[in-house]
Design a protein around this ligand. Structure first.
Ligand SMILES: [Zn+2]
Length: 66
């Protein structure tokens, strides 16, 4: 199984979209807990890294790729 890779400022898609209808989240804090910000409404949530890795579907936009 391949580990998911993600970095600070990447925009990711989660398995479950936000109630506002957007499914694009920017990683704004990386640590034991990860904080992601909804790109639709600006709401941010903090989730443990393990949960994040389970709930993340894919990276939509890499911060390191212009
Ligand atoms: Zn939202």
């Amino acid at each position: 199984m391949q580990a998911k890779s993600f970095e600070l400022n990447d925009v990711v898609e989660m398995k479950k979209q936000h109630p506002c209808g957007t499914n694009a989240w920017k990683i704004i804090r990386l640590g034991a807990d990860i904080r992601i910000k909804c790109q639709g409404c600006g709401h941010s949530v903090m989730i443990p890294r393990r949960d994040f890795e389970k709930k993340m579907k894919k990276v939509l936009m890499r911060a390191t790729e212009e």
